[in-house]
Design a binder for this molecule. Sequence first.
Ligand SMILES: *Cc1c(COP(=O)(O)O)cnc(C)c1O
Length: 381
Amino acid sequence: MPSPTSIPNIQMVDLKSQYRAMQEEIDSAVIEVIRSGAFINGPEVKKFKAGLADFLGAKHVIPCANGTDALQIALMALGLEPGDEVIVPAFTYVASAEVIALLNLNPVMVDVDPDTFNVTAELIEPAISERTKAIIPVHLFGQSCDMEPIIALAKKHGLHIVEDNAQSIGAVYTFSDGRQIRTGALGDVGCTSFYPSKNLGAYGDGGAINANDDQLAETLQVVANHGQTRRYYHDLVGCNSRLDSIQAAILNLKLARLDEYNQRRNEAAEYYDRALAGIEGLQTPQRQPNSTHVFHQYTMRVSGGRRDALQEYLKGKGIPSMIYYPVALYDQKAFKGTAANDIDFLPVTDALCKEVISLPMHSELDAETLGYICKEVKAFF
Ligand SMILES: *Cc1c(COP(=O)(O)O)cnc(C)c1O
């Protein structure tokens, strides 16, 4: 067996170390739920609803089973009709667009900014048609889209905003008047995911929807619970999407540490930024003006067609990396020819799919590991 120092054990996401740091609390919270028997909608779920609402600065939070359900429930609650168009970036995780197609709505795919990887009002506006009803800005990799102009655009055209906040929980957006609002609480509905590797990760699946409007929140709640208004009275066709009490108990403990986790991710990102600055052919992540970054991913661009070679090289050195995302949504088999705006090529999305690479990023990265990763990235170039 190789000695532990010759092949470092570096993880893309290190959930075990994070657990070890709070093992006793987590174990006793989980056992407490099991002993109580309140597996569904128990006190831990109610506590989480209130805690997350407070954290986000949102009036209502509806926990649900996962982030994809959150997006689906949001679109179901907006009363859209088959054929209505929903604008979504072509460079994102599939879930953002999948739910649109699933509900027989039409995804309209738009390009993203080459530096921040986020959609902008300028890119969205030309895609708006008479049938456009909603925009799904995805706060990709940990920072907010530039929301002030997007909100103004949505207002002008009477469009709903459903934020995909699965990767950016905790990020703060600052308006030109100085108001600061967390991502997810900027649009009509915010959707997030507690998939284990997300910044606020459960030990299984989980998600949440948030809204400020009382009526909309009521509809979201009804949709998420079989369209039920009173027990056994179903006014809408809904779905069954819940966060279970065990996951809520874990999330309550981790929510209290979320800002600290995000701070540690920022420290790791700053280390990478410093160590990897000024390398020809490598662009470290650019910051979105007006937003903090919570570094769900540390995603760089490699030019000159060398991205895959860098990944291979790092693999040989025991350094994991990931390509988020290798294929544009319009090039996915499932979506070929479905984009309502007939898109089959967007220049920035196309370039990003070939150039992006994400380095290990989590709250437990130490200087030694970061130093080793950076040394090898530099050695490649
Ligand atoms: C993770 C993720 C989702 C979906 O979340 P799940 O909980 O896995 O369903 C949606 N959108 C984005 C951008 C994501 O990263």
